[in-house]
Design a protein around this ligand. Sequence first.
Ligand code: G
Ligand code: MN
Length: 518
Amino acid sequence: MFASRITTSIPFKKSLVSYYCIFSLFLSVVVFSSGIYFYLLKDIEDRSQSAKSALIHRMDEVFSELKQVVDEASFACEEGDIKRLRHKTFYSPIFKEFGLFDDDFRVYCTNFGLRNFSIFSTVGDRIKQSKDRTTVSLMKSRSLGESTFIAFYLGENGIGANGLAPPHSLSVDIDHLLLPDYPYELTVGKSALVANELKTTSKILAQEVVSLDDWAMTLRVVLPSNMYWSKVIALLPFGVVLWIVFWVISCVLHWSFLHYGRSLPHCLRRAIRDNDMEVYYQPIVSLNDNKIHDMEALIRWRSPHHGQVSPLSIVEMSGRLNLLGDLTWMVIRNVGQFYRENQKQLNNITTAVNVDRYCLLNDDFIATLIDLLEEYPELKGRLGLEVTETSALTDTELPLMVSRFEHIKALGIELSVDDFGTGYSGLDFLRRFPYDTLKLDRVFIASLKDDQFTQQVLTSITKLAKELNMKIVAEGVEHKDQLDAVRALGINSVQGYYFCVPLPQDQALTWLMENDTK
Ligand code: G
Ligand code: MN
């Protein structure tokens, strides 16, 4: 496929490997440390919510016990009443003491016997304001003198019950859920029920606060720095794996980008985008006056990574990459520039550019062509298009193509049928499309001298072309005897190595200067 191939193995510098080593170390430290931090934040949030649910559950238990006490109680404080309260205390999972109070909030009975004292008026007010006639409080118990959790419930029957519990009995479930990882503080109103977070000496990195508004309870869970660092140490092997993975990925990515950057499709795309290809020119010699009236523009590309790429491969790959249009526009621009820079020498010469037939069918083909002619007015009346008939057109494509041809001709652009005789271009086809020039494929020219059949075919083609007022160009004339045979057929325009190979701009200009005046 390619005239020559330059080695495409990609060197990977050692310094780059160590650069990526340091870069991925830095990246893994950032990802690892922040990953653990965010993981712990999520964990603390989840576990705080579980603790809240556990606390709600515990409070439900607290009040269902008090309701049972109220249901079984009377306004008296006799032997039987006291016994019932003791019995309840004995079996209670939470409470160590029960009391009964009336709707004046006077405690008249406990499981220790008759009592007569008032509950704080603030507590009484809270009970009255609460929709379930319940409240909780943290205060020093009269009987124990210890900080005690007290729950109150005033029943519909006007009897109230309160239960006293050590603060710890309320927080066992929370301890289970949060400790030892996350110390916490549980407050009732303004008083702390549990405050193990205060014991921690390390810095607090984050905290999560959840509230139980019904009970004026707040649970504040903290993330201490020692917890964070212990997690970091525990997961350090994982951090090292992360580092290695990042290292490998960054090296592989770098290599892939290098590889992709040097791949043929990518190089081709870039070359078309950056106008990095060259256009060569092959003169077509008129045998009548030995002058040059026409040339063919031919694409040539030397890729820095793939060497010289054949025009066939360029066209085939451009087709696959959907870049044939761009390729054509690039060539026309190059030709335009050539004409702009050498107006005098090229004034009487038409240059034909090869165009893929399916590009002609594109909706914006004519509009782009008009734009280009405006960009390069030097090309007006000096541009031609060569089309190869490679496949039959469908019934919908045919009228579209005819209209394109009419548009192109109206723009003063000459149309040639390229490689005539090899594709689908038949004689009927010539009648249908208003071509100006017919270019006979070089296979005919190669066999013309010895093959009588070819001679007969070419004789009739030549006749037909003359009838249709078309110019004929013989392509691929390499030897004198081929030239003579072509001339004998009455063909007056010749392209081929016999006269001139395709030449870069400067050489083409020199050739024109030296040969056009003969
Ligand atoms: O299909 P088309 O006519 O566009 O093909 C033109 C190609 O033919 C160009 O790549 C050009 O280099 C090549 N070419 C031009 N003249 C000759 C010739 O005399 N002999 C051969 N074999 N190829 C030629
Ligand atoms: Mn051609």
